[in-house]
Design a protein around this ligand. Structure first.
Ligand code: FAD
Length: 467
């Protein structure tokens, strides 16, 4: 049966961008229709991204800490894994958040349509669901249709032993030998999980460091630690081919120091994500989509069509949930006549590996490239009592400040809990704090957070010799 539904604001996609936009628009008094392919909200982040990965990473952390404390006089024995229970625990975490979102949608009287939405004109979207086709007639639209994992066409993508991040999070089994293609955040987080659960890990990365894009000094403590744990980390190496054989997936490599071909039980391909811009019949609404599938937008998140907005992974990098939700609020506010626009100074990045790597604002690489003169303070956690009492000494907290004014330009942290600690640096940057402001702020002792103040004091000169 075909029916037409009217919306003041149509939101296409129910991920962190889409549901946040829908909530904000409804709170501002708009009649909102939210179209989502799946019965549950939360998108990639909640269902097959941020949240399930963090649930599994917590298990990895507990296992690692238990192992490490054997050397300090507490032993728990070898962990016994019940994969079914691990999976259902992970699922219970996402399900409770799914339920929360369903409740919030209901409270706001947002109409949720399940089905695949495609534009049929600049004011209509057709939704193909299990119960037939529905048409949404909209005044404004917010496209939040996200992204999907990049596949390499020459790989045996139909072979279940070749995984993407969604397959890896499903945790079907624990392969004895696992190759991770791509040493970025997603690949390394999954490496952390599978290593803790018992897989032998190899990582292959095209660039000359893991987590390309992050300053090397922040990545080095992570690299050093996982080098001891994993079988191999091959840098500047490309996977040339993957062949499905009875024994496993036979992988050939190329590069100056390329290893010989090797057979793995499973391979996880984590080489980036592709935006879903080309899957929406956007041209029928006159919306411009670039070659890669991104939808270009201005600072108000407006596409080239005045009443149609786009947010989240589909508008470009960084593909992060907190960027998507921030943009979602702005789009809803602009539609509601507010003078809103995207003017955040920074979008923080976190790799939830062990140790975590977190950074925000200007990186040292960028400063050098752009010829920006900066003063650097890098405080080693080997001098942090709190870090040593966690049994860890490899962390570093780094701040970059303007050479003339002392104003904070960027910060990076590597160490346990770096992701949580980074928030203070983001606030300091947004508030325009300088090294003196940070150094003069009394931080509780002993905490990891005081390393941020110490790094700032290395810039102002109140901390000089550490040893
Ligand atoms: P999505 O979350 O992709 O949501 C888009 C939604 O639109 C989906 O639900 C999809 O079903 C729906 N949709 C698409 N097309 C249609 C259509 N035509 N009709 C109807 N519905 C449609 N980010 C972080 O910030 N922190 C992390 O720790 C983190 N970890 C991650 C771990 C993994 C393994 C992965 C894969 C990603 C991770 N990310 C993380 C990235 C994060 O998941 C994304 O940046 C975020 O989900 C983007 O939100 P979005 O709303 O733009 O799109």
């Amino acid at each position: 049966a075909e029916s037409t539904i009217n919306a003041e604001v149509l939101v296409l996609g129910g991920g962190p961008g889409g549901y946040t936009a829908a909530f904000r628009a409804a709170d501002l008094g708009k009649k909102v229709v939210l179209v989502e392919k799946y019965p549950v909200l939360g998108g990639v982040c909640l269902n097959v991204g941020c949240i399930p990965s963090k649930a599994l990473l917590h298990i990895a952390q507990v296992i690692h800490e238990a192992e490490a404390f054997e050397a300090h006089g507490v032993s728990f024995g070898k962990p016994e894994l019940d994969l079914d229970k691990i999976r259902s625990w992970k699922e219970s975490v996402t399900q409770s958040l799914n339920k929360g979102l369903a409740q919030l949608i209901k409270q706001r009287k947002i109409t949720q349509l399940q089905g695949v939405g495609k534009f049929t004109s600049a004011n209509t979207l057709e939704v193909q669901g299990d119960n037939g086709v529905q048409t949404v007639q909209f005044d404004n639209a917010i496209i939040a249709a996200g992204s999907h994992p990049t596949q390499i066409p020459t790989f045996p993508n139909d072979d279940p032993r070749l995984m993407d991040s969604t397959d890896a999070l499903a945790l079907e089994d624990i392969p004895e030998k696992l190759l991770i293609v791509g040493g970025g955040i997603i690949g390394l987080e999954m490496a952390t999980v599978y290593h803790a659960l018992g897989s032998k890990i190899s990582v292959v990365e095209l660039m000359d460091q893991i987590i390309p894009g992050c300053d090397k000094d922040l990545v080095t403590p992570l690299h050093k630690r996982i080098k001891k744990q994993y079988d191999n980390i091959w840098l500047k190496t490309r996977v040339q081919s993957i062949e499905a054989t009875d024994e496993g997936l036979k992988v050939s490599f190329e590069g100056d120091k390329a290893p010989d071909s090797e057979v793995f039980d499973k391979v996880l391909v984590a080489v980036g994500r592709k935006p879903n811009g080309n899957l929406l019949d956007a041209d029928k609404a006159g919306i411009e989509v670039d070659e890669a599938g991104f939808i270009p937008v201005d600072k108000q998140l407006r596409t080239n069509v005045d009443h149609i907005f786009a947010i989240g992974d589909i508008v470009g990098n960084p593909m992060l949930a907190h960027k998507a939700s921030h943009e979602g609020k702005i789009a809803a506010e602009v539609i509601s006549g507010h003078k809103a626009g995207f003017d955040a100074l920074t979008i923080p990045s976190v790799a939830y590996t062990d140790p975590e790597v977190a950074w925000m604002g200007l990186t040292e690489n960028q400063a050098k490239k752009q010829g920006i003169e900066y003063e650097k303070g890098a405080f080693p956690w080997a001098a942090s009592g709190r870090s040593l009492s966690l049994g860890r000494n490899e962390g570093v907290t780094k701040v970059l400040c303007d050479k003339e004014t002392g104003r904070l330009l960027g910060a990076g942290i590597v160490g346990p809990n770096a992701g949580e600690l980074l928030a203070e640096a983001v606030l300091a940057l947004e508030m325009g704090a300088d090294a003196e402001d940070i150094g003069l702020t009394i931080h509780a002792h002993p905490t990891l957070s005081e390393t941020f103040a110490f790094a700032a004091e290395m810039v102002t000169g109140t901390i000089t010799d550490l040893y």
